[in-house]
Design a protein around this ligand. Structure first.
Ligand SMILES: [Fe+2]
Length: 303
Protein backbone atom coordinates (compact mmCIF):
# COMPACT_ATOMS: atom_id res chain seq x y z
CA UNK A 1 0.00 0.00 0.00
CA UNK A 2 1.35 3.49 -0.96
CA UNK A 3 2.53 5.72 1.84
CA UNK A 4 1.18 9.21 1.19
CA UNK A 5 1.72 12.52 2.84
CA UNK A 6 -1.24 14.62 3.82
CA UNK A 7 -0.84 16.64 0.62
CA UNK A 8 -1.15 13.49 -1.51
CA UNK A 9 2.47 13.75 -2.76
CA UNK A 10 4.68 10.62 -2.74
CA UNK A 11 6.36 10.01 0.57
CA UNK A 12 10.13 10.34 1.08
CA UNK A 13 10.27 6.51 0.89
CA UNK A 14 9.20 6.58 -2.76
CA UNK A 15 11.65 9.35 -3.51
CA UNK A 16 14.42 7.14 -2.16
CA UNK A 17 13.33 4.24 -4.38
CA UNK A 18 13.24 6.53 -7.41
CA UNK A 19 16.68 7.87 -6.57
CA UNK A 20 18.05 4.34 -6.23
CA UNK A 21 16.63 3.33 -9.62
CA UNK A 22 18.17 6.41 -11.23
CA UNK A 23 21.53 5.78 -9.58
CA UNK A 24 21.44 2.11 -10.66
CA UNK A 25 20.70 3.13 -14.27
CA UNK A 26 23.47 5.72 -14.12
CA UNK A 27 25.91 3.12 -12.76
CA UNK A 28 24.93 0.65 -15.51
CA UNK A 29 25.40 3.35 -18.14
CA UNK A 30 28.81 4.25 -16.72
CA UNK A 31 29.88 0.58 -16.64
CA UNK A 32 28.78 0.18 -20.30
CA UNK A 33 30.50 3.43 -21.32
CA UNK A 34 33.74 2.47 -19.57
CA UNK A 35 33.64 -1.07 -21.06
CA UNK A 36 33.08 0.32 -24.57
CA UNK A 37 35.82 2.92 -24.02
CA UNK A 38 38.31 0.25 -22.92
CA UNK A 39 37.31 -1.92 -25.87
CA UNK A 40 37.86 0.96 -28.30
CA UNK A 41 41.36 1.47 -26.89
CA UNK A 42 42.15 -2.26 -27.04
CA UNK A 43 40.75 -2.60 -30.56
CA UNK A 44 42.83 0.34 -31.72
CA UNK A 45 46.17 -1.31 -31.09
CA UNK A 46 45.88 -4.93 -30.00
CA UNK A 47 45.97 -7.60 -32.68
CA UNK A 48 44.54 -11.06 -32.32
CA UNK A 49 44.66 -14.26 -34.37
CA UNK A 50 41.66 -16.14 -35.77
CA UNK A 51 42.41 -19.54 -37.29
CA UNK A 52 40.36 -21.69 -39.64
CA UNK A 53 40.82 -25.20 -41.00
CA UNK A 54 39.97 -25.42 -44.68
CA UNK A 55 39.93 -28.52 -46.86
CA UNK A 56 40.60 -28.14 -50.55
CA UNK A 57 40.43 -31.06 -52.93
CA UNK A 58 43.79 -31.64 -54.60
CA UNK A 59 45.97 -30.20 -51.83
CA UNK A 60 48.45 -32.96 -51.09
CA UNK A 61 50.71 -31.12 -48.64
CA UNK A 62 48.98 -29.22 -45.81
CA UNK A 63 50.08 -25.62 -45.61
CA UNK A 64 49.50 -22.48 -43.57
CA UNK A 65 48.38 -19.22 -45.09
CA UNK A 66 48.06 -15.83 -43.43
CA UNK A 67 45.31 -13.53 -44.69
CA UNK A 68 45.65 -9.78 -44.09
CA UNK A 69 43.00 -7.26 -45.11
CA UNK A 70 41.78 -3.73 -44.47
CA UNK A 71 44.87 -2.24 -42.86
CA UNK A 72 43.88 1.18 -44.28
CA UNK A 73 47.42 2.44 -43.69
CA UNK A 74 47.34 1.74 -39.95
CA UNK A 75 50.48 0.79 -38.09
CA UNK A 76 50.77 -1.72 -35.27
CA UNK A 77 54.01 -0.78 -33.57
CA UNK A 78 56.91 1.14 -35.08
CA UNK A 79 57.14 0.09 -38.73
CA UNK A 80 54.33 -2.39 -38.07
CA UNK A 81 56.73 -4.44 -35.92
CA UNK A 82 53.89 -5.99 -33.88
CA UNK A 83 51.99 -7.05 -36.98
CA UNK A 84 55.11 -8.52 -38.55
CA UNK A 85 55.99 -10.43 -35.38
CA UNK A 86 52.50 -11.91 -35.13
CA UNK A 87 52.60 -12.98 -38.78
CA UNK A 88 56.07 -14.47 -38.26
CA UNK A 89 54.81 -16.50 -35.28
CA UNK A 90 52.26 -18.24 -37.52
CA UNK A 91 55.11 -19.64 -39.68
CA UNK A 92 53.07 -19.21 -42.87
CA UNK A 93 53.95 -20.83 -46.17
CA UNK A 94 52.21 -18.01 -48.00
CA UNK A 95 50.73 -14.60 -47.17
CA UNK A 96 47.64 -13.20 -48.87
CA UNK A 97 46.83 -9.49 -48.73
CA UNK A 98 43.26 -9.14 -49.94
CA UNK A 99 42.83 -5.42 -50.34
CA UNK A 100 42.41 -2.05 -48.62
CA UNK A 101 45.95 -2.02 -47.28
CA UNK A 102 45.88 1.71 -47.96
CA UNK A 103 43.04 4.18 -47.67
CA UNK A 104 41.47 5.87 -50.68
CA UNK A 105 42.85 9.18 -49.40
CA UNK A 106 46.38 7.82 -48.84
CA UNK A 107 49.47 9.96 -49.39
CA UNK A 108 52.55 8.78 -51.25
CA UNK A 109 54.22 8.35 -47.84
CA UNK A 110 51.41 5.95 -46.85
CA UNK A 111 51.95 3.99 -50.05
CA UNK A 112 55.69 3.79 -49.41
CA UNK A 113 55.07 2.64 -45.83
CA UNK A 114 52.78 -0.16 -47.00
CA UNK A 115 55.27 -1.09 -49.72
CA UNK A 116 57.92 -1.39 -46.98
CA UNK A 117 55.55 -3.60 -44.97
CA UNK A 118 55.04 -5.85 -48.00
CA UNK A 119 58.82 -6.02 -48.37
CA UNK A 120 59.14 -7.20 -44.75
CA UNK A 121 56.35 -9.74 -45.27
CA UNK A 122 58.10 -11.22 -48.30
CA UNK A 123 60.99 -11.96 -45.94
CA UNK A 124 58.61 -14.28 -44.07
CA UNK A 125 56.83 -16.01 -46.98
CA UNK A 126 55.79 -15.33 -50.59
CA UNK A 127 53.17 -12.56 -50.67
CA UNK A 128 50.23 -12.22 -53.06
CA UNK A 129 48.30 -8.96 -53.19
CA UNK A 130 44.93 -8.02 -54.64
CA UNK A 131 43.31 -4.61 -54.70
CA UNK A 132 40.39 -3.50 -52.55
CA UNK A 133 37.92 -0.75 -53.29
CA UNK A 134 40.21 1.71 -51.47
CA UNK A 135 43.22 1.01 -53.71
CA UNK A 136 40.92 1.55 -56.68
CA UNK A 137 39.61 4.79 -55.12
CA UNK A 138 43.21 5.93 -54.56
CA UNK A 139 44.00 5.29 -58.22
CA UNK A 140 40.77 7.01 -59.35
CA UNK A 141 41.69 10.02 -57.23
CA UNK A 142 44.89 10.44 -59.23
CA UNK A 143 47.20 8.52 -56.87
CA UNK A 144 50.50 7.12 -58.05
CA UNK A 145 50.46 3.84 -59.97
CA UNK A 146 50.57 1.16 -57.27
CA UNK A 147 51.93 -1.77 -59.23
CA UNK A 148 55.59 -0.61 -59.04
CA UNK A 149 55.30 -0.24 -55.26
CA UNK A 150 53.94 -3.77 -54.92
CA UNK A 151 56.49 -5.24 -57.30
CA UNK A 152 59.51 -3.50 -55.74
CA UNK A 153 58.51 -5.08 -52.42
CA UNK A 154 58.87 -8.52 -53.98
CA UNK A 155 55.14 -9.30 -53.67
CA UNK A 156 53.01 -10.50 -56.57
CA UNK A 157 50.07 -8.35 -57.62
CA UNK A 158 46.96 -10.21 -58.76
CA UNK A 159 44.82 -7.50 -60.36
CA UNK A 160 42.11 -9.36 -62.30
CA UNK A 161 44.81 -11.94 -62.94
CA UNK A 162 45.90 -15.36 -61.80
CA UNK A 163 49.07 -17.37 -61.52
CA UNK A 164 50.03 -20.97 -60.84
CA UNK A 165 51.96 -20.80 -57.57
CA UNK A 166 54.07 -23.41 -55.84
CA UNK A 167 53.09 -23.44 -52.17
CA UNK A 168 54.68 -25.99 -49.83
CA UNK A 169 54.84 -28.60 -52.55
CA UNK A 170 51.36 -27.89 -53.94
CA UNK A 171 50.59 -26.24 -57.22
CA UNK A 172 47.74 -23.80 -56.60
CA UNK A 173 46.01 -21.45 -59.01
CA UNK A 174 45.84 -18.07 -57.22
CA UNK A 175 43.74 -15.20 -58.51
CA UNK A 176 42.70 -11.72 -57.47
CA UNK A 177 39.56 -9.80 -58.41
CA UNK A 178 37.48 -6.84 -57.35
CA UNK A 179 34.72 -7.67 -59.78
CA UNK A 180 31.24 -9.10 -59.32
CA UNK A 181 30.54 -12.69 -60.30
CA UNK A 182 26.88 -12.05 -61.11
CA UNK A 183 25.14 -9.69 -63.54
CA UNK A 184 25.37 -6.61 -61.25
CA UNK A 185 23.08 -4.60 -63.50
CA UNK A 186 25.02 -5.37 -66.66
CA UNK A 187 23.85 -6.89 -69.90
CA UNK A 188 24.70 -10.56 -70.34
CA UNK A 189 27.21 -9.59 -73.04
CA UNK A 190 28.97 -7.12 -70.73
CA UNK A 191 28.96 -9.68 -67.91
CA UNK A 192 30.42 -12.56 -69.96
CA UNK A 193 33.13 -10.34 -71.40
CA UNK A 194 34.10 -8.80 -68.03
CA UNK A 195 37.65 -9.33 -66.69
CA UNK A 196 36.38 -11.11 -63.58
CA UNK A 197 34.35 -13.68 -65.53
CA UNK A 198 37.26 -14.36 -67.89
CA UNK A 199 39.53 -14.73 -64.86
CA UNK A 200 37.23 -17.28 -63.20
CA UNK A 201 36.94 -19.24 -66.43
CA UNK A 202 40.73 -19.33 -66.76
CA UNK A 203 41.10 -20.48 -63.16
CA UNK A 204 38.43 -23.17 -63.51
CA UNK A 205 40.17 -24.46 -66.63
CA UNK A 206 43.52 -24.73 -64.80
CA UNK A 207 42.50 -28.03 -63.21
CA UNK A 208 44.42 -26.95 -60.09
CA UNK A 209 43.10 -26.18 -56.61
CA UNK A 210 41.88 -22.59 -56.84
CA UNK A 211 42.05 -19.72 -54.35
CA UNK A 212 40.69 -16.26 -55.20
CA UNK A 213 41.51 -13.08 -53.30
CA UNK A 214 38.26 -11.15 -53.67
CA UNK A 215 38.27 -8.15 -51.35
CA UNK A 216 34.50 -7.83 -51.26
CA UNK A 217 32.58 -10.94 -50.22
CA UNK A 218 29.67 -9.48 -52.24
CA UNK A 219 31.61 -10.74 -55.25
CA UNK A 220 30.52 -14.28 -54.53
CA UNK A 221 27.65 -14.14 -52.00
CA UNK A 222 25.26 -11.66 -53.64
CA UNK A 223 22.66 -13.29 -55.88
CA UNK A 224 24.06 -16.64 -54.67
CA UNK A 225 26.84 -16.29 -57.23
CA UNK A 226 28.67 -19.16 -55.53
CA UNK A 227 26.24 -21.55 -57.25
CA UNK A 228 27.68 -20.61 -60.64
CA UNK A 229 31.38 -21.13 -60.01
CA UNK A 230 33.69 -24.06 -59.55
CA UNK A 231 36.29 -22.32 -57.37
CA UNK A 232 37.58 -23.88 -54.15
CA UNK A 233 38.15 -20.93 -51.86
CA UNK A 234 37.45 -17.21 -51.81
CA UNK A 235 39.30 -14.98 -49.34
CA UNK A 236 37.73 -11.62 -48.49
CA UNK A 237 37.73 -8.69 -46.10
CA UNK A 238 35.84 -5.41 -46.58
CA UNK A 239 33.27 -6.04 -43.82
CA UNK A 240 35.58 -4.98 -40.96
CA UNK A 241 33.78 -7.68 -38.99
CA UNK A 242 30.71 -5.47 -38.75
CA UNK A 243 32.89 -2.75 -37.09
CA UNK A 244 31.03 -2.85 -33.77
CA UNK A 245 30.34 -6.37 -32.56
CA UNK A 246 27.44 -6.67 -30.19
CA UNK A 247 27.71 -9.49 -27.64
CA UNK A 248 25.45 -12.46 -28.58
CA UNK A 249 24.39 -10.66 -31.79
CA UNK A 250 27.45 -10.16 -34.02
CA UNK A 251 28.48 -7.37 -36.34
CA UNK A 252 26.45 -4.17 -36.45
CA UNK A 253 27.15 -2.88 -39.97
CA UNK A 254 29.11 -3.90 -43.05
CA UNK A 255 29.55 -2.00 -46.32
CA UNK A 256 27.16 -3.29 -49.01
CA UNK A 257 25.49 -5.75 -46.63
CA UNK A 258 24.09 -3.03 -44.35
CA UNK A 259 22.88 -3.48 -40.78
CA UNK A 260 23.38 -6.77 -38.93
CA UNK A 261 25.27 -8.46 -41.77
CA UNK A 262 25.16 -12.24 -41.84
CA UNK A 263 28.48 -12.72 -43.64
CA UNK A 264 30.61 -10.34 -41.59
CA UNK A 265 33.57 -12.54 -40.66
CA UNK A 266 34.56 -16.18 -40.39
CA UNK A 267 34.25 -19.35 -42.46
CA UNK A 268 31.34 -20.07 -44.80
CA UNK A 269 30.74 -23.26 -46.74
CA UNK A 270 28.41 -22.98 -49.74
CA UNK A 271 28.97 -26.53 -50.93
CA UNK A 272 31.33 -26.35 -53.87
CA UNK A 273 32.67 -22.94 -52.85
CA UNK A 274 34.15 -21.98 -49.49
CA UNK A 275 34.66 -18.45 -48.23
CA UNK A 276 36.74 -16.99 -45.43
CA UNK A 277 36.12 -13.36 -44.48
CA UNK A 278 38.69 -11.58 -42.35
CA UNK A 279 37.46 -8.80 -40.10
CA UNK A 280 40.61 -6.91 -41.06
CA UNK A 281 42.56 -4.46 -38.97
CA UNK A 282 41.01 -0.98 -39.14
CA UNK A 283 37.77 0.72 -38.17
CA UNK A 284 35.29 1.98 -40.75
CA UNK A 285 35.76 5.64 -41.71
CA UNK A 286 35.72 7.46 -38.34
CA UNK A 287 33.87 4.69 -36.53
CA UNK A 288 36.15 2.73 -34.18
CA UNK A 289 36.04 -1.00 -33.74
CA UNK A 290 34.27 -2.16 -30.58
CA UNK A 291 34.50 -5.71 -29.20
CA UNK A 292 36.24 -6.47 -32.49
CA UNK A 293 40.00 -6.75 -32.18
CA UNK A 294 42.01 -6.28 -35.38
CA UNK A 295 42.93 -9.70 -36.68
CA UNK A 296 45.56 -11.69 -38.42
CA UNK A 297 43.61 -14.46 -40.09
CA UNK A 298 45.32 -17.86 -40.32
CA UNK A 299 44.23 -20.68 -42.61
CA UNK A 300 45.38 -24.25 -42.14
CA UNK A 301 44.71 -25.71 -45.55
CA UNK A 302 44.73 -29.44 -46.23
CA UNK A 303 43.31 -31.84 -48.80
FE1 LIG B 1 36.91 -2.41 -48.52
Amino acid sequence: MKKCTETGKPSKGWKKVLLRILLTLLALFLVCAITVGISILVCRSSLTVHSYDVEIRGVTHPFTAVLLTDLHGKEFGEGNAELLELVRQQQPDVIFCAGDLIDGSASLADVERVSALLGELTGIAPVYVSYGNHEKAYLRNGGAELRPYVEKSGATLLDEACTAAEIAGNKICLGGTLGHLYLFGRTKEAYWSSPEVKLMQEMEASGLPTIVLAHMPDTIIFCQAYKDWNIDLFLSGHTHGGVIRLPFVGGLYAPMQGWFPEEDMGYFNYGRVQLVISSGMAGYKNIPRVFNRPEVCVLHISG
